[in-house]
Design a protein around this ligand. Sequence first.
Ligand code: NDP
Ligand code: MG
Length: 381
Amino acid sequence: MKKISLLGATGSIGLQTLDVIREHPDEFSLHAMAFGKNMDRAIPIIKEFGPKRVVTQDEATKKIVKAEFQDIEVIAGKEGLEEISVDADTDLVLNAVMGSVGLQATLKAIESEKQVAIANKETLVTAGHLVMEKAAKHNVNLLPVDSEHSAIYQCLNGENQTQINNLILTASGGSFRDYTRAELAEVTVEDALNHPNWSMGAKITIDSATMMNKGLEVIEAHWLFGVPYDQIKVIQHKESVIHSMVEFMDNSVIAQLGTPDMKVPIQYALTYPSRLELPMSKRLDLVEIGKLHFQQMDMGRFPTLKMAFDAGKEGGTMTTVLNAANETAVELFLQRKISFLAIEDMIKKALNEHVSIKKPDLETILEVDQDTRRQVLSYLD
Ligand code: NDP
Ligand code: MG
């Protein structure tokens, strides 16, 4: 029985993780969970899975949970995220909170040598070098949940990392893959939230529409697999059937395929290095699909992807700025305070104004993260 601490239990990844736990009650249990403020979702989860410890984003939400469940330990705030990541009874921490708020919890989980499954890609974009250094020091194998990275992880099973030619990430193209730049200028929040292949949280759905999601994933792949940026390629593949590929030095390419269903990579992170059945997931029928399409990524139409490659190559705090500026600008767009294309303008401005600090420590990262958020908000005036 694997005891799980689930950070972000009320989110899209969180709920699908609970589907997997529910499917295999003899294999997994929800030992602890963290969520933000969504009580409507949290209450039934606590009732059904009976976690021993619950973390809320703030004191007000903690009070409501405490009133409802007297016997459960409830902790509020970021300290709570860290506490359930080092819990002595926890075997595996799955980090599925949204945003760089997940960073310290990831670092703590690694320090206490838990199994760590990462959906929270912002953690690796913000401070990939710190996370990977710590993982190496404590001999912790980070298990990717992101479908592209799970795919690459599976393609690399039993392979020699030094024989990789290229990692090839696939991109669905998001909600606006067929729009011109002129059309993009007019899109609304509702349009952007309507992703053709995947049902996900609001922030990552917008990231998919701007293509920043793929940019973040390039940086995530760089850190997880230790591959230089010029050996990471992105191609558009609208069906989201090939989740990513690895090309080796002999030109052999290994790909991982499946229907677009996050429960598959989530479960793989929980069962690794083994596998379990997953009847609720639809099996891939290539004959029914018939054709798969591939297309070169157009960096002119998707400038965020180039920004991410450039920031990654620059290194240091440049990717911290990329992430914090993106999180802030996306939030402003979701609040309907800026237009869709203003997201990339704001990120570009923040990157241009920043001089990268090389090999930043945690304190510097947190400072740059906060400064960038303030700076991007100031662009509103
Ligand atoms: P959601 O927005 O659906 O969920 C985010 C979760 O984090 C919610 O449970 C939310 O709580 C919680 N949360 C946010 N802030 C805090 C906080 N300060 N303290 C505690 N909990 C907090 O996001 P997704 O599930 O879509 O994405 C989660 C992560 O996984 C992201 O990093 C995303 O990039 C990554 N990912 C997601 C995929 C997907 O298919 N959704 C695919 C690949 C990666 P509440 O809602 O209660 O406030
Ligand atoms: Mg992905």
